[in-house]
Ligand binder design. Structure first.
Ligand code: C2O
Ligand code: CU
Ligand code: CU
Length: 512
């Protein structure tokens, strides 16, 4: 399968590495005869259980996690990752793995500059790792994929050399020294993140700060996280996932047709299929997260009664709001939006649809207006100061090629190797990363919020603000400017299509 030219390119990249291979990778990438082997796309898994009609269940409002204790600067949480049973489809019990047994987990609400000490306990039958996605977190709390937490008495074997292993309980310390933002937390176990998140190991994590509170955006019951994901169900109501090893204990990977990503035919919002939310005729703030393994959405309102007004991106508020008629969202991206139902008559229904789906996956959820309401919220024309990062001031330029090479998902031709640092950025130094892609790769960098400064065909309306995940499309080149602001140590950057990630599309970043 590997042509001579492919081999040459891989050897070149191997010997030059991620950080210093600028010339070599740049050259190789410009020759299109060297570009890939066929890249498998994500494949649809079809449910065997009868599916409910849409809009038959209310949108679940996810419970807020309660701290075990609070002291001067810290909120302590005890959360247990464990098997549970959820009623996701009405009347159908579904075994899940969840934080506190629920699908999705409880919402953690943090305040800027107050530490969250999360004591994660596990009763799962396999190792787990916890990652706060979008968090500025010390390396030992960031959830490096081989820093496993295993249950008491576990006798299994790790599929990779383990890093720092904890038994029963592990403490993760989140300093929250960052602006208000909609983050999320999820499993990050080496080789098995896809199936473990699919089973329910994810939840919402919000940071508030006084500057945001002063803006007058909708709050309280009018500020609602929407965790959107696709799933598929077996005939017995279980979550279907095409793992080679259904016990997730020793063999990594998925059945071949799904190597490009697993798609489901059921769209869940906050763990409910195609739900409905009663709203009053006023503004609402929605924290949209695409928690799917591989599915991309393009959210649209039908009828288009109001623009989808974006106020925040992955890592915080935008400088100014941006009105969208369609909002494309790749896996792991967050869009903080305001929708104004003001002026709509009671009984009006508005669908949130997915312009990239077909049949059941074109539907997402529905809003139903119940009546008029007072509204003292507002969306100011100026939301936050966003310091623009200047690519001209960068001291290092890296190139990262996300591509399928020799049947593997790779970055610069190499599959993930936790023991090999692929890039060694220096703390607080500005860098540009030029990312190329052979398909759809939502590229995520831990520990370093970035700004998108260039994209083939021009910047998208969704490229603004502080991002931690950027969608890079087929044959696209995207340039980001970044710096690792606070913590030294070992982190990762990876594709957030979880099947690509599990199949090694990940790099080790050692911050010096
Ligand atoms: Cu949301 Cu490394 O991931
Ligand atoms: Cu992350
Ligand atoms: Cu990918």
């Amino acid at each position: 399968m590997a042509s001579t030219s492919t081999l040459t390119r891989r050897q070149l990249i191997r010997t030059t590495g991620l950080g210093i291979g600028v010339a070599a990778t740049g050259l190789a990438l410009s020759g299109c005869s060297l570009l890939p082997e066929t890249t498998p796309g994500a494949a649809l898994l079809t449910s065997a259980v009868p599916l409910p009609a849409p809009f038959g269940v209310p949108l679940p409002i996810l419970p807020r996690a309660q701290p075990t204790s609070r002291n001067a600067g810290t909120d302590v949480y005890d959360i247990t990752a464990r098997p549970g049973v959820a009623e996701i489809l009405p009347g159908v019990p579904t075994p899940v793995w969840g934080y506190d047994g629920s699908f999705p987990g409880p919402t953690i609400v943090a305040e800027r500059d107050r530490t969250v000490l999360l004591r994660l306990h596990t009763e799962l039958p396999v190792p787990t790792v916890l990652h706060l996605h979008g968090g500025a977190t010390p390396a030992d709390s960031d959830g490096f994929p081989t820093d496993f937490l295993v249950p008491e008495g576990w006798t299994g074997q790790h599929t990779h050399p383990a890093g720092d292993v904890a038994v029963g309980t592990r403490e993760y310390r989140y300093p929250n020294r960052q602006q208000a933002a909609s983050l999320w937390y999820h499993d990050h176990r080496m080789d098995f993140t896809g199936p473990q998140v699919w089973r329910g190991l994810f939840g919402s994590y919000l940071i508030h700060d006084p500057a945001e509170d002063a803006l007058g955006l909708p709050t309280g019951e009018h500020d609602i996280p929407l965790l959107v994901c696709d799933r598929a169900f077996g005939a017995d109501g279980s979550l279907a996932y095409p793992s080679l090893d259904r016990t997730l204990s020793s063999v990594a990977g998925v059945e071949e047709p799904y190597a490009g990503g697993v798609l489901g035919d059921v769209v869940l919002v906050n763990g409910a299929p195609w739900p409905e939310l009663d709203v009053t005729a006023r503004r609402y703030r929605f924290r949209i997260l695409n928690a799917s393994n591989a599915r991309q959405f393009r959210f649209e309102l039908d009828p288009p009664v109001a623009p989808i007004v974006q106020v925040g991106s992955d890592c915080g508020l935008l400088a100014e709001p941006v009105a969208h008629t369609a909002l494309p969202v790749s896996p792991a991206e967050r869009y903080d939006v305001v929708i104004d139902f003001g002026g709509l008559a009671a009984g009006t229904t508005v669908e949130l649809r997915n312009g990239l789906g077909s049949g059941p996956t074109a539907q997402v959820m529905r809003f139903r207006v119940t009546g008029a309401a007072a509204d003292d919220s507002r969306v100011l024309a100026r939301l936050a100061d966003v310091e623009p990062l200047d690519p001209a001031k960068a001291s290092t330029a890296r190139r990262l090629a996300f591509a399928r090479t020799s049947g593997q998902w790779t970055i610069n031709g190499a599959p993930f190797d936790p023991s090999r640092p692929d890039a060694t950025p220096r703390l607080r130094q500005l860098e540009t990363w030029t990312i190329t892609s052979d398909g759809d790769h939502p590229v995520h960098v831990h520990s370093a919020p970035f700004q998108v400064v260039d994209r083939t065909g021009g910047l998208a309306a969704t490229d603004r603000g502080w991002k931690d995940t950027v969608a890079v499309g087929p044959a696209q080149t995207v340039t980001i400017v970044t710096r690792f602001p606070e913590f030294r140590g070992r982190f990762v950057a990876h594709c957030h299509n979880l099947e690509h990630e599990d199949m090694m599309m990940m790099a080790t970043i050692e911050v010096l």
